[in-house]
Write a protein that binds this ligand. Sequence first.
Ligand code: FES
Ligand SMILES: [Fe+2]
Length: 456
Amino acid sequence: MTLHTSAWYATGPAKWPQQTLRGHTIPGYRYTSKAFAAQEWEKVWTKVWLLLGREDEIPEAGDYQMEEVGPESFIMVRQHDGAIKAYYNVCLHRGARLIFNEVGTADAFTCPYHGWRWEIDGSLTHAQDAEDFPEGDPCGKLTLTEIRCETFAGFVWVNMDPDCVSLREYLGPVWGDWQPYQIHTWKRYLALTANVPVNWKVILDNFNESYHLPAVHPQADATVEENYRWTQFDMADEGHNRMWMQSGSPSHRLIGSGQPLIKPALEGALRAWELDPADFEGREFETREALQQAKRRLGPARGYTYFNDLRDHQLTDTYHYFLFPNFAVSIWAEGFHFLRARPHPTDPEQCVFDNWWYAPAPEGVTTPVMTAAGPVERDAEVEHVVFNFGEQSLGEPIDQDMAVTPGQQLGFRSRAYKGVYLAKQEHRIRRFHEVIDDYIEGRRPAPRRSEAIAAE
Ligand code: FES
Ligand SMILES: [Fe+2]
């Protein structure tokens, strides 16, 4: 049997810069205290780029999307010139929310309370009894409060801070990593949103480590190298994290387990790319490279034209990104598991968790998309379903993740919990909390080193 060699291991991405961690103990009040949540809101959430809408859901002028983050609600609306603008979803007369539906099309936003008419460019064109206002007719004077809005990977990102850096600068090396996948052309195939009784950081902590895999996901399909010794962990200057797990070959965990190295999921992946699992008997760890070659050879003709732009490791491997502060995603050549947590408007012990899935929809590909909640037909109309934790499944692996989180939230209230005792492979959690503290203390990440790498 051929085991990994250093050359084999080297066929991955360049490392991001090393970070010096300060040794945060992550005390429980960070997950339970209203005072801490208020600090986070003022110093973190209102200063960062937030991934919200999707460009292709608002293709025409007047098409809009509304999304909520904590106490705020944002409208993202397509303009007549094709640009997208984002506003706080609040009427400047006496504060009423303008819209409550997630998506729609409007000539203008007419406030449900007194009928003020806000055009999609934010201007006010009608106010009842305009002559009755001592400070003058509000039309021509007031405009909806606009926030910074940019797009990347087909998503609409907003930032409440007028002095923020560009989205490109904020994302640092993630920008370059994601470019070749052409994620802006991918479609959403799963949209499950659950109200979960935990602090939003509990969700992101979980997606910032893979140490829980053997205990929480014992069924792991063994096409992904889950052993931390073979995994690359990166922490960007900008506060984002990356984990690279080689895939398309057996996990080193299986060696000596008595189980076959090539399990059904890997067999299926090989057959899907015209490879015969039997050919790899005795050289099971060569399947990754064979899959890369097969995808390189067959992918473009099957409609995956962007495979031409992916590096070999991107054709097979699993990348897990954490984008500060609240977005985690697993990305493969053929899929994107979207994991986002948003804070509850008032209660630090609750959050909104989005378990979504995107995948390419190349012409001619008819095989279903394998999402975290099972297969979905390529031409399916995917409904956004919102429910309370426990009312409905989020798909097996995510149900497993979520099942352990409420117990941890309870533990954070215990006098016995004094802080974490972290393995090195969990250091991205520590980094996450230290970057939160950086923002709270008024320090912004310096992007220069990661920028340089992204430019390579
Ligand atoms: S609050 Fe909107 S018109 Fe009065
Ligand atoms: Fe998990």
